[in-house]
Design a protein around this ligand. Structure first.
Ligand code: PLP
Length: 424
């Protein structure tokens, strides 16, 4: 097995053999597969095995892998130089596109990752309000920013370390972690720290502890209480932006945040993040204002070309209605399988984002998500992989459908699920 040989080499020179922890398959007690190439909804590993992919680069690959319009844009950009650290036309095109798609964003600054975007947005919220506390929610993941690695989801959760070593208690003390979907907890926090909370950062549809949804009225409540208390509402739409709708969760729900963070889809597969929002707030960012934020490679022309081509292609095609149709097909088939197998497991979906929880309880926060059984997930995952379907290697991650998936891919996936769920 070439993948196993590569993993052995990797483990000698890279911590855990991977450059981001969820890739390591550690709790699954097997080596990850190494990808040789990808196209559309499919991956091929170094051993020549083919997979239908529901990880989609963890979100960015909304058009599938190696989409021609994005590749063409990159190929056209590359010969002009890989970056200059001086303004370029494509950065203006990108910023105008983001502001047009996401109306709450009047000005936007590009970064190189989602982590940089959330880090900068939190700094900006503190700088703008002159306050120090930030509210986040348990199980929400906002990248590996020191002050946000408190009760965090994603790989931190998969590996049982929602709080990281190396984050001094003094840093974490400025972060108030509360249960998602619990209005009283938020009211209590504002009562306990009057006039001291700079903002709330939230994944409006949380996708890093599995995927679940806000209760009716919850996002409206967060909007109202932050406005009333003079705190900023930050929607972390790094995962949901340009995915749940062309303008993310805010477009679907009509809730208007003060600041938004973006990543994943916006880069077309290259390393891009962004944060933006109301003009008066964004004007506090340097060089206009006192909140420092910068990046040698920020707004890189090749990355901007890739991201812009992906957004243009999403706008030009029926990608969103297509992904909704495919998602509904997957949901309908999976619910039938669960019913036939007498497995009343919890399933959540919105458009192209979905999660099968290995629990029979409803899931609406971290605590309920954690009732999912890893012992049931493991045989399911390994069987899916064996049958050539790659779902996220953790029960606490979101599944992603791309516009490149076909009805035949979904049918093959359902056939594999029938077998895999029969084994748990
Ligand atoms: C992926 C993610 C991040 C971090 O983005 P990186 O590009 O991995 O740094 C932040 N917030 C959310 C909601 C994410 O899903």
């Amino acid at each position: 097995m070439i993948s196993e040989e590569l993993f052995e080499r990797a483990c000698k020179v890279i911590p855990g053999g991977v450059n981001s922890p969820v890739r390591a398959f550690r709790r699954l007690e097997r080596a990850p597969f190494f990808v040789a190439r990808a196209e559309g909804a499919h991956l091929w590993d170094e051993d020549g095995k083919q997979y239908i992919d529901y990880v989609g680069t963890w979100g960015p690959a909304i058009l599938g892998h190696a989409p021609k319009p994005v590749l063409d844009a990159v190929m056209a950009a590359v010969p002009k130089g890989l970056g200059y650290g001086i303004p370029t036309r494509v950065e203006v095109d990108m910023a105008e596109t983001v502001c047009r798609w996401v109306p709450s964003i009047e000005k936007v600054r590009m970064t190189n990752s989602g982590t940089e975007a959330t880090m900068s947005a939190v700094r900006l919220a503190r700088g703008y309000t002159g306050r120090k506390y930030i509210i986040k929610f348990e199980g929400c993941y906002h990248g590996h920013v020191d002050s946000l690695l408190v009760s965090a989801g994603s790989g931190a959760l998969t590996h049982g370390e929602p709080d990281s070593a190396g984050v001094p208690a003094e840093f974490a003390a400025l972060t108030i972690a509360l249960p998602y979907n619990d209005e009283q907890a938020v009211r209590d926090a504002f009562n306990k720290y009057p006039g001291q909370i700079a903002g709330i950062i939230v994944e409006p549809y949380p996708g890093n502890a599995g995927f679940y949804l806000p209760k009716p009225g919850y996002l409206e409540f967060l909007r109202d209480i932050t406005a009333k208390e003079g705190a900023l509402l930050i929607f972390d739409e790094v995962m949901t932006g340009f995915r749940i709708s062309p303008s993310g969760v805010q477009g679907k729900t009509g809730i208007v945040p003060d600041l938004t963070t973006l990543g994943k889809v916006i880069g077309g597969g290259l390393p891009v993040g962004a944060f933006g929002g109301r003009r008066e707030i964004m004007d506090c960012v340097s060089p206009l204002g006192p909140v420092y934020q910068a990046g040698t490679l920020s707004g890189n022309p090749v990355a901007m070309a890739a991201g812009l081509a992906q957004l243009n292609e999403l706008e030009r095609t029926d990608a969103y209605s297509r992904m909704e149709r495919l998602g509904a097909h997957l949901e309908e088939g999976l619910r039938r399988i669960l019913h036939d197998l007498h497995l009343p497991l919890t399933f959540k979906r919105s458009g192209s984002m979905w999660c099968l929880f290995f629990t029979t309880q409803d899931v609406y926060d971290l605590k309920s998500a954690m009732t999912g059984s890893f012992d049931m997930f493991r045989p399911y995952f390994l069987s899916m992989l064996e049958q050539g379907v790659y779902v996220a290697p953790s029960p606490f991650e979101t599944g992603f459908i791309s516009a490149a998936h076909t009805e035949a891919d979904i049918d093959a996936t359902l056939a594999a699920m029938q077998v895999a769920l029969g084994k748990i």
